[in-house]
Design a protein. Structure first.
Length: 398
């Protein structure tokens, strides 16, 4: 049984059921039941079409058609047993005959539905992983470090919300991309690699829609993910970008990301994710940290600031200015921002160290460590403070 094939078929199967008239929540339950049936009957052996209750059809020749047939029958079985049977009798009477599924790709509409503006970001992420990604509630709960019952309630509420949404309503690509970006930024936890899952889903979206920002997001994910193996030391500690072993970067993923980005930029419809990917590409292109083209990076951050107005972008720009024009220029850019921004103190510490003010830098590193919410980042900042305090303690001029 090919699990990867099963998961890739889920969006299309679910979309067919919704398009036929099933409400989202019931359709999603039926698809999950069909997947369980597939796990039972698809392994090597007699053809599923010869087994009682298999739903008919040949999963070898038409796996999607087989899943659609079984899921639709599961939905109808549940419908007949439901108190709303009379309201749905028309659907029961119109059961389509088993056979090939019409070549209509509703995957994109399903993405829009799962990232509907009426959902909170956390609910949209959970529903996307469940309905489009085909992950179990338990897997999603473990990835987000919440109890399975809590995640089940979140997904159930999200399904009820989107069940009231017409399937043919136009969707917002930007919202879908934001949800996928949130999934990617969760990284990985336990057995579930959310970064890899986000890349898989974004590839699927890119196949369904020709949009430069979809390509930009895919390129950004590939370029960031390419550095993953070098981000931590053998003891699990964080390794800053400038200190990473670039020989451990995934050159294949970098080449693919750059190629996708170049094709997107050539369309001259610049967006936030393309600009972010351009920054990542410049980092990936530098043979060493010292050879990084910081002047171009500042220019891309200027574009990002124009596109988003984000204070976080301006914070990152201050770092780039400090590298391109010197730490004093970086501190001047930083002074224009709100000091309550996340990572503001860590950036200030870094720029003060670059400027030679080790006493202030040590104090700020320690302060930033106290504010950090990520364990790896907190430990890294604590080590930076300790390193500078050791240097200061050994300096007879202190």
């Amino acid at each position: 049984m090919d699990e990867a094939l099963l998961r890739s078929l889920i969006p299309g199967v679910l979309a067919v059921l919704v398009r036929r008239g099933a409400d989202f929540a019931a359709a999603e339950d039926a698809v999950q039941d069909a997947l369980a049936e597939a796990v039972r009957v698809w392994p090597a052996g007699p053809s599923p079409s010869s087994r009682p209750g298999s739903g008919g059809g040949d999963p070898v020749r038409d796996p999607k058609g087989w899943l659609v047939t079984v899921a639709w029958r599961k939905f109808l079985d549940a419908t007949r047993a439901d108190t709303a049977r009379r309201r749905r009798e028309g659907l029961v009477d119109e059961e389509p005959a088993p056979g090939p599924v019409p070549a209509v790709d509703d995957t994109l509409q399903l993405y829009f539905l799962c990232a509907h503006p009426s959902l909170t970001p956390s609910s949209a992420v959970a529903l996307t992983l469940r309905a489009v990604g085909g992950l179990t509630t338990r897997q999603i709960a473990e990835a987000y470090l919440v109890p399975e019952a809590t995640m089940a309630q979140r997904i159930s509420r999200a399904k009820r919300t989107v069940s009231r949404v017409r399937f043919d309503q136009p969707g917002d690509v930007a919202t879908v991309l934001r949800v996928l970006y949130l999934v990617f930024n969760e990284g990985y936890s336990g057995d579930l690699d959310l970064a890899a899952e986000a890349i898989r889903l974004t590839r699927q979206l890119a196949a369904a829609i020709d949009h430069p920002e979809v390509a930009g997001l895919l390129a950004l994910m590939l370029l960031h993910h390419a550095r993953r193996a070098a981000r931590t030391a053998p003891d699990g500690s964080l390794v800053p970008l400038a200190e990473q072993d670039r020989g451990r970067w995934d050159t294949g993923a970098i080449a693919e990301g750059v190629e996708i980005l170049q094709a997107a930029l050539a369309r001259d419809r610049l967006g936030e994710f393309q600009a972010q990917a351009a920054v990542a590409a410049l980092h990936a292109d530098a043979p060493t940290a010292e050879e990084t083209d910081w002047v171009q990076i500042v220019e891309w951050y200027d574009e990002l600031t124009r596109l988003t107005g984000s204070p976080v972008v301006r914070l990152n720009r201050a770092v780039a200015v400090g590298e391109a024009d010197g730490p004093r220029a970086g501190l001047a850019a930083l002074a224009e921002l709100d000091d309550s921004l996340p990572r503001y103190t860590a950036v200030a510490a870094y720029l003060h160290e670059r400027a030679g003010d080790l006493t202030t830098a040590a104090r700020l590193y320690a302060e930033a460590a106290r504010k950090a919410t990520d364990v790896l980042e907190r430990d890294h900042l604590t080590r930076q403070a300790a390193r500078l305090n050791t240097r200061l303690g050994a300096d007879p001029r202190r």
